[in-house]
Ligand binder design. Sequence first.
Ligand code: SF4
Length: 369
Amino acid sequence: MTDNTTTWTKEAILDVYNQPLMELIFKAAQVHREYHDPLKIQVSKLISIKTGGCPEDCGYCPQAARYHTGIEKNDLMPVEEVLSTAKAAKENGSSRVCMGAAWRNVQDGEDFEQVLKMVSGLRDLEMEVCCTLGMVTESQATRLAEAGLHYYNHNIDTSEEYYKDIISTRGFNDRIKTLENVRKSALKVCSGGIIGMGESVDDRIGMLMGLLKLSNPPESIPINALVPVEGTPLEEQEIVPVWDVVRMIATTRIVFPKSTVRLSAGRTQMTKEGQALCFMAGASSIFAGDKLLTTPNPGENEDMQMFNLLGLTPSEKEKDNTGKVKIRKAASTQKEDAKWSRPGHTIERNVAATEKGKAIRRELKEEAK
Ligand code: SF4
């Protein structure tokens, strides 16, 4: 099996996805063993450094200000709190910290400076650091790299075609532009998608095709299963069958043999047996901690018990020759004016969820009087 990421066609990937499940898992497991240690799982701790109040309308997201999901909003976390949470996660086996902020895009200023301090503090703890902060310019990505960031996460979510049914406040091209800015800055790219949002199998493969079109394949690919949250436009979506998650993980593993494939959101909807099949099919990473930004996740103890049962161990952080975490070097660039788009088309279910959210807030205000 070769790292043939440039020669895949949509039809060829569909054939991979649709083959008998047992064959698919077997082939993915073979690829996995060729490029990775199948007994090691990279464990990332996700910390929500700024929760809720986001101006975007992503149909799956409880953090969008326009829906009413009852989540507790938080301003940007103090640097010290982030570092102490990370220290505890490191003791529990996490080698990477991923910090998420519910922003449309990164804005130069006080908050960004605070995030840069978090990044350099985590680098000093000798942990790998990842951020997901929304759209980012090349100069901002470069500053993050210089502060010690290793990865930048920005999911393309789904196919370009279905994206318009999920988000109306920014375009698919903005996502691609951000990923290219990240790539130019010498940061590693983390980007994947979500299944179970009502998309077709064609859209799932379209998401992988979107990743293949990037100048280089992402080093890290999260595959999320939608966790339907009350109040969001996708609240009534049925839980995606575990078999679809296994198929998606296996297909991603075969198409992107060298990448880390992360079994991300939706693990609480799966049994340990289901998760074991995902590891068999090539998942090489998970998020640790009982919360994934705002949705539930198995606790760290539960994951360690599962690892013991399956004979898996958390993998260590990447090291260079001196035994330190690799710090990626980036060439400085000029500050740029970001020109992000606002397609602003209408998605009926997002509009309905927005109106419902407004009505609930009005009622709550009345009750409080
Ligand atoms: S997914 Fe990110 S950008 Fe979209 S609403 Fe949620 S926090 Fe905002």
